[in-house]
Design a binder for this molecule. Structure first.
Ligand SMILES: Nc1ncnc2c1ncn2[C@@H]1O[C@H](COP(=O)(O)OP(=O)(O)OP(=O)(O)O)[C@@H](O)[C@H]1O
Length: 241
């Protein structure tokens, strides 16, 4: 599945600020954020609602640009590039997994993965059955999203993200809509993906999930409140909540 076993997907932020709105309505979602994530790390981002977690993930993924500061992701300088100029970067380097799956309802599981390969011009359509097997859905390839459970849809979403072999996988509340058993299955897949050398950055409200991370970043009021390292990250299947 890997392009190379080498660790990849490093992140370096310096003085990153992102403000929404102007004047009295201005809201600083990211306030002078410095952050270093080593290649191949699994990072969990925690913090209260509104603390800037999703904004952080979007800036790292090149979906939103910082107002000031420097952003470098997977060896690429994003600073001063508006999101529309970063289409190529996102396609080549980044995989996104969202809470609400974002699958195309009129396409089967297989087609949802294939369409990503067609859109990006990356990956190999012949490997789609293998990818669906890897997420335990080999026998559901011809099912439409509505015929799949939430956990199964999330796994299609993961197979789709992995189809282009990203350096860094960004996951926003990937287990948020799932029960514990299915959530753990998805976490296990994210951990496997990480062990293949990819960086994984996961935003969650669930502090128990932090046990599987190499690094735990806690956000407060748009700032990095703390960064802790886990010397011995737990196995995803052993985490409970
Ligand atoms: N597009 C936007 N326009 C205006 N304000 C926004 C926008 N996106 C986010 N914000 C504001 O920026 C702040 C940070 O939002 P963000 O979504 O990053 O927080 P979060 O920690 O991910 O929250 P949650 O855990 O609730 O998802 C919040 O106060 C939010 O209301």
């Amino acid at each position: 599945m890997t392009r190379t076993a080498t660790a990849r997907g490093d992140v370096r932020l310096r003085g990153v600020t992102r403000t929404y709105g102007t004047g009295e309505a201005a809201l600083t979602a990211l306030d002078d954020v410095d952050l270093d994530l080593a290649p191949g790390e699994l990072t969990v981002v925690l913090g209260p609602s509104g603390s800037g977690k999703t904004t952080l993930l979007n800036v790292i993924g090149g979906i939103e640009s910082a107002d000031s500061g420097c952003v470098r992701v997977a060896g690429q300088e994003l600073t001063a590039h508006p999101p529309r100029e970063l289409v190529g970067f996102r396609r080549e380097r980044i995989g996104f997994v969202f809470q609400f799956f974002n699958l195309v309802p009129t396409l089967t599981a297989r087609e949802n993965v294939e369409v990503m390969i067609e859109l990006t011009g990356r990956g190999d359509r012949r490997r789609v059955p293998e990818l669906l097997d890897a997420v335990g859905l080999g026998d559901r390839a011809d099912h439409f999203p509505a015929q799949l459970s939430g956990g199964q849809q999330q796994r299609v979403s993961l197979a789709r993200s992995l189809s282009t072999d990203p350096d860094l996988l960004l996951a926003d509340e990937p287990t948020g809509a799932l029960d514990q058993t299915t959530g753990k299955a998805v976490l296990t897949l994210l951990q496997e993906t990480n062990r293949q050398g990819r960086g994984v950055l996961m935003v969650t409200h669930n502090a128990s999930i932090a046990a599987i991370a190499h690094r735990v970043v806690t956000m407060r009021d748009g700032r990095v409140h703390s960064v802790e390292r886990n010397a011995a990250p737990a196995e995803a299947h052993s985490v409970g909540w």
